[in-house]
Design a protein around this ligand. Structure first.
Ligand code: NAI
Ligand code: 15L
Length: 269
């Protein structure tokens, strides 16, 4: 595949989008930005909802690839998740298919496998082919996105790298995040690898830095050329002193998805 130059970044106004707007261009990309909210400092950004199929078709026209971050990024009602994450992701893939965009990088999440047990010392790391075990409607929508990506590869030849992001923030802010942290710079390295690796078909990878306390297996990400440079361990002593370890029987100490496993859906609709 030719190295993509022009990339549509959806969700450009969000936390990860804001970080990637700064960190991706040095890897050689020209970004086209899209979000349902205005993108601060970017008057040319496309302001459109993932429900707007005509706007999506225009937005993807002529791009070499899409980094799809837009959507609801926490637990919510089924109806809201359905509209933004399920129907919205379908709408974007349809636009990509119709306009011949060859590759998508899909922001999946650890919450697609959130009810998977955290490995204990001596256990193997969680493999990327562990069964889906969503912890929320939000996680369920990420399972859908991964399966949609597989379908669009098998049926239509649209390639995707689904990145199950751990916690992509400037710094880890909880003990759980010491295992899950994806530094912003490693996030950009991983997106770059996902955009440029040859023949990815549909590949699922975990997205975290080279954390000493990692729970999951980064080998499918490394196979794309990802070489993480950061390790959350530099924050460990201070974080543990400040926050302490979560109680042994709490979701934060038992499951990959941590407290999401006990977050009630936000009823009523
Ligand atoms: P965020 O909530 O800060 O940003 C999401 C962006 O999507 C927002 O700017 C929002 O306006 C936009 N959006 C929501 N619904 C939309 C719609 N219907 N049409 C168009 N735009 C819409 O989330 P964040 O943290 O930046 O995450 C980005 C992506 O990465 C999300 O898909 C999230 O699920 C995923 N992810 C993030 C992780 C993290 O650590 N930040 C961890 C795992 C996954
Ligand atoms: C996610 O999927 C969320 O989008 C993000 O806000 C964090 O909560 C992250 O997972 C996490 O598990 O830390």
């Amino acid at each position: 595949m030719a190295v993509p130059r022009t990339v549509l970044l959806t969700g450009a106004a969000g936390g990860v989008g804001t970080l990637m707007r700064e960190l991706l261009p040095p890897h050689g990309y020209e970004l086209r930005l899209l979000d349902v909210a205005p993108v601060p400092g970017a008057p040319d950004a496309i302001v459109a909802d993932l429900a707007d199929r005509a706007a999506l078709r225009e937005a993807v026209r002529g791009v070499d690839a899409i980094v799809h971050l837009a959507g609801i990024s926490l637990e919510s009602t089924f109806d809201k998740i359905m509209a933004a994450n399920i129907a919205g992701t379908y709408n974007l893939y349809e636009a990509a298919r119709e306009e011949g965009v060859p590759r998508v990088v899909f922001a999946s999440s650890n919450h697609a496998v959130g009810f998977t047990r955290q490995p204990r010392e001596g256990d193997p790391l969680v493999p990327v082919d562990t069964p889906h075990r969503p912890d929320t409607f939000y996680g369920l929508s990420k399972c859908f996105g991964e399966d949609l990506a597989q379908l669009y590869w098998d049926l239509h030849g649209v390639e995707t790298v689904s990145v199950r992001i751990g916690s992509c923030f400037p710094e880890p802010t909880s003990v759980r995040m010491l295992s899950m942290w994806l530094s912003p710079a490693d996030g950009a390295r991983l997106l770059h690898a996902a955009l440029t690796a040859e023949d990815v078909a549909h590949t699922v990878v975990y997205g975290s830095s080279a954390n000493t306390r990692a729970w999951w297996d980064l080998s499918s990400a490394r196979a794309l050329g990802f070489a993480p440079q950061d390790d959350s361990e530099v924050y460990a002593e201070k974080l543990i002193a400040e926050k302490g370890f979560p109680p042994e029987d709490s979701a934060d100490a038992l499951y990959l998805g941590g407290h999401f496993c006990v977050s009630p859906p936000q009823w009523p609709h």
